[in-house]
Design a protein around this ligand. Sequence first.
Ligand SMILES: [Zn+2]
Length: 101
Amino acid sequence: MSEAIGQCSCGGDIVETEKTYRCRECGKYVFKSIFWKKISKKDAVKLLNDEHVLIKGLKSKKKNKNFDATVYLYQEGDYWKVGLEFPERSEENDSEEVVAG
Ligand SMILES: [Zn+2]
């Protein structure tokens, strides 16, 4: 059940928990789902090794729309949070689009 799926950047084992992939040594973690998209174990291991990973098919709750973004982890106090990078910044994603129908 707590079989390691890979190694963290600190050298510790990464194990699967109910909601996260977590390092047994340093406690760094990433949620199994990011923006309603399930991430693969492979991507989770990369994220826990401070890699920026392009993940496709993330879902925006607001717009009910899929999007792709480069995902990375950063620490805020005791929490590990997910940051997003958009390689194409030509379109402003912040503008509200109203879709009729
Ligand atoms: Zn670790």
